[in-house]
Design a protein around this ligand. Structure first.
Ligand code: NAD
Length: 334
């Protein structure tokens, strides 16, 4: 049976991943500081659901505080670490860059140190499609250069990729970095578009539509995303014999980078129309200019994920939006 240490389990993606692993009978230790970046009640509710499972235990602490993560990891003795905790959000990184420095750089360093000391069988960590920055070539492929981050958030994640490569090389830690593309679904984050649009539509307040709606995102349904993570847990990077077609396997380390996205570029206005159709309410639209640091489009080439695992996300955005709106109505009793 696998023992998996998952950081960020009170968060959106970590909650879903922990649930999936527990359903498979694995033993999971969750680690999360329940930061107040968004509604802490949502995080508490997610974590309480996980605590119902006898296979789940939990530590409430920050990653960057001295020695705590290393001690907890040593006590739990995981086979695998999946590191999803972090300061997320593109726009907030303009307001409070230091939060990204602490959580994403110092915090991730502590996770890597624990992985080194415990010689885990596989370390998997979250990066982001934001590292593609100003790239214009679409869809985004892992082998493309990604040297033009447009926000400090993207820069810290790009730094995580480089930090992890050095540790994978020096200490032979098999490491997989995920680049996630706009994840959405029930229990999703209040700072993200789907949540904000749905809230505005139900409350009758105008929703801010950046770049006058001329934007595209590769929206990835959260169940699909965590299924992708789960399948990559078994695709342990090693020597050249572990390489597949179109691989990013490093020649110098057991390390690879993998996109997890739907491979479907959705127009922002179509996304809004899907929410309107589901709620039965027309949105009040507040058209705005492009925001500083925002990118015009994201679109994943997900062939590497498919080559490695045989799996590819496929939930249609209308089905995913319907599930989110149903959850929102239920959660907020609308
Ligand atoms: N959701 C997306 O669309 C998306 C896209 C690309 C990348 N990512 C990355 O995936 C990961 C998970 O994202 P999410 O959407 O679940 O975000 P989330 O904010 O819901 O979850 C992150 C969790 O980490 C915890 N956390 C933050 N800083 C911490 C610290 N210093 N110490 C301990 N815990 C801390 C938070 O309390 C939160 O519960 C993040 O690293 C994020 O950057 C997410």
């Amino acid at each position: 049976m696998k023992r998996v240490l998952v950081t960020g389990t009170a968060g959106f993606i970590g909650f879903y991943l922990a649930r999936l692993l527990l359903d498979e009978g694995m033993v999971v230790h969750g680690y999360d500081a329940l930061t107040d970046y968004y509604d802490v009640t949502l995080k508490e509710r997610r974590n309480q659901m996980l605590l119902q499972s006898p296979g789940y235990s939990f530590t409430h602490a920050t990653l960057e505080e001295d020695g705590t993560f290393e001690r907890v990891a040593a006590e739990f003795s995981p086979d695998i670490i999946v590191h999803l905790a972090g300061q997320a959000g593109v726009r907030y990184s303009l307001e409070n860059p230091r939060a990204y420095l602490d959580s994403n750089l110092v915090g991730t360093f502590n996770v890597m140190e624990a992985a080194r000391q415990l010689q885990v069988a596989h370390l998997l960590m979250a990066s982001t499609s934001s590292v593609y920055g100003a790239n214009e070539e679409m869809p985004f492929k892992e082998t493309d250069k990604a040297d033009t981050p447009l926000t400090f958030y993207a820069a810290t994640k790009k730094a995580n990729e480089a930090m992890a490569h050095s540790y994978a090389h020096l200490w032979q830690i098999p490491t997989t970095m995920f680049r996630f593309f706009t994840v959405y679904g029930p229990w999703g984050r209040p700072d993200m578009a789907l949540f904000k649009f749905t809230k505005g539509i139900f409350e009758g307040t105008p929703i801010d539509i950046y770049n006058h709606g001329d934007m595209y995102r590769d929206f990835t349904y959260v169940d699909d995303l965590v299924r992708g993570i789960r399948s990559l847990m078994d695709a342990v990077p090693g020597g050249p014999e572990t390489a597949v077609e179109e691989d990013t396997l490093s020649p110098a380390a057991p390390y690879r980078i993998v996109n997890i996205g739907n491979s479907d570029k959705v127009r922002l206005m179509d996304f809004i129309e899907a929410i309107e159709a589901e709620t039965g309410i027309a949105a009040k639209r507040n058209y705005m200019d492009m925001q500083k640091g925002d990118v015009f489009a994201t679109w994943a080439d997900a062939s590497l994920l498919r080559n490695l695992t045989g799996y590819a996300p496929q939930t249609d955005v209308r089905d995913g939006v319907a599930k989110f709106v149903a959850w929102y109505r239920d959660y907020y009793r609308i």
